[in-house]
Design a protein. Structure first.
Length: 443
């Protein structure tokens, strides 16, 4: 099934190994939005391990807010990442958290300049672009880490350990649910940045490439073929209620709408957790007046039935792995927002987990035995600790030269992206897609 990971869910073997003799690893942040700010938070939490020395973002308010928070010098704040790339090398690494369709340019350019690269997922909206990024990093000899944050959690460590230690026997199948949540889907995939496949890719890629990576990791072998069904079921003009306005603030039917932007975002004002996300995505002015202005003028105040979205809101993927193991992944908007749910069916046991806790039913004793997730590492912060975990692994790999700290290498990251592209092709054509044939298509 593969080797057991050494280390903890923080992405490092031991905190003492991350003391960099020459000082903290220096980082340039490309993108000052929600994800960039989250990853930059690693430097605030661990200033002895990482320091942000440059920020690039075309939005002055977000650029200066992040740079000011991190005490980045005024002459290291850039409206365009190309201006930073034109300088002599100013950092050990870049964190590429630009919009998905703007990943390739900076990732390739900075790899060529000798920067190590942490790249937000997905790598790119198209397969050829993903390969271009990996080829550029390998050609330059730099570290490339894709933010498959699910691999860096205590929960994953515990589940992976139970499978590789044989507690469920031979894995026969997996059921995996990504319950996106009705309001989260409306926020990100109807009104937000991931609403259009031509700009960021299909939702099975943008939302679930790291679910696919996680399944591949747990199974321990590459996928052979995928088939998929799903559609954009609900968020279309055909389902627009009579009397609905183009914006929620003007809408007579808004009080009864499950997707009301007014109820959602105004309800988050004053909630520190929700002000960090998703409220900070729609505006930097987190007052009620500021949020109302954003809903009046910006994309997040639009009626969900009057947007330009086209990505699937419910999709099921069936994956055939080598050795006959199968897995199903369901991605759905029509759930509460919750942690992912997984069931692993093996020849000696059954594992069920919810992203935080898991238990194995032992077929010999009949007992249900909880996994000791806490022993695998801390579970704090966003994505169950995965955000800080991937940053810890990246910084640790640069500091120590130990690339094995990166739990998803570039070529393995390509596997999950290929699965996503094949799943979307299957959804659109109704055909079972062999992964080898999908690669050949692009050759």
């Amino acid at each position: 099934m593969g080797h057991r990971l050494s280390g903890t869910a923080s992405g490092v073997r031991d905190d003492r190994e991350l003391n960099v003799a020459g000082g903290p690893v220096t980082l340039a942040m490309l993108g000052a939005g929600s994800r960039g700010s989250t990853y930059a938070g690693f430097a605030e939490r661990y200033p002895d391990r990482a320091r942000v020395v440059a920020v690039a973002d075309p939005r002055e308010d977000r650029r200066d807010a992040l740079a000011g928070r991190l005490e980045v010098a005024a002459d290291r704040r850039f409206a365009d990442w190309r201006d930073l790339a034109a300088l002599d090398k100013v950092a050990d690494a870049v964190v590429v958290a630009t919009p998905d369709h703007e990943h390739v340019g900076p990732a390739v350019a900075f790899a060529g300049l000798g920067y190590h690269v942490l790249l937000e997922k997905p790598m790119a909206p198209a397969w050829a672009q993903c390969v271009e990024v990996v080829d550029a990093a390998e050609r330059a000899g730099v570290i490339l880490a894709v933010c498959h944050v699910m691999r860096y959690t205590a929960y994953t460590e515990a589940v992976y350990g139970a499978v590789t230690d044989g507690r469920v026997g031979e894995v026969a199948g997996i059921e995996h649910l990504e319950p996106v949540g009705w309001w989260h889907f409306a926020h990100a995939y109807v009104r937000g940045n991931w609403r259009r496949s031509d700009e960021s890719g299909p939702s099975i890629l943008t939302k679930c490439c790291h679910d696919l990576d996680w399944l591949r990791h747990v199974v321990g072998r590459p996928a052979v073929a995928v088939s998929s069904h799903g559609a954009l079921h609900h968020f279309t003009a055909a389902n627009r209620p009579d009397g609905a306005a183009d914006r929620c603030l003007d809408c007579a039917v808004e009080p009864a709408c499950p997707y009301s932007a007014a109820r959602l975002y105004l309800g988050f004002v004053g909630d520190p957790k929700r002000e960090r996300w998703p409220l900070s995505v729609i505006t930097t002015d987190l007052t009620e007046a500021g949020v109302r202005r954003a809903l009046r003028d910006g994309p997040y105040g639009r009626c969900v039935y009057a947007c330009d979205n086209d990505v699937a809101d419910h999709q099921v993927v069936t994956i055939e792995f080598g050795g006959g193991v199968t897995a199903t992944l369901t991605m759905s908007a029509f759930t509460p927002q919750a942690r992912r749910r997984t069931r692993i069916m093996g020849t000696r046991g059954f594992l069920e987990g919810d992203g935080r806790e898991a238990a194995v039913t032992d077929f010999v004793t009949g007992r249900v035995e909880p996994l000791d997730v806490a022993a695998a590492g801390p579970d704090g912060g966003a994505h169950g600790g995965g955000d800080m975990g991937v940053m810890g692994a990246f910084v640790g790999a640069i500091a120590s030269g130990d690339r094995s700290l990166i739990r998803t290498g570039p070529r393995e990251s390509l596997d999950s992206h290929l699965m996503a592209f094949a799943a979307e092709r299957s959804r659109l054509t109704g055909a079972r897609v062999r992964l080898a044939d999908e690669v050949a298509r692009y050759a």
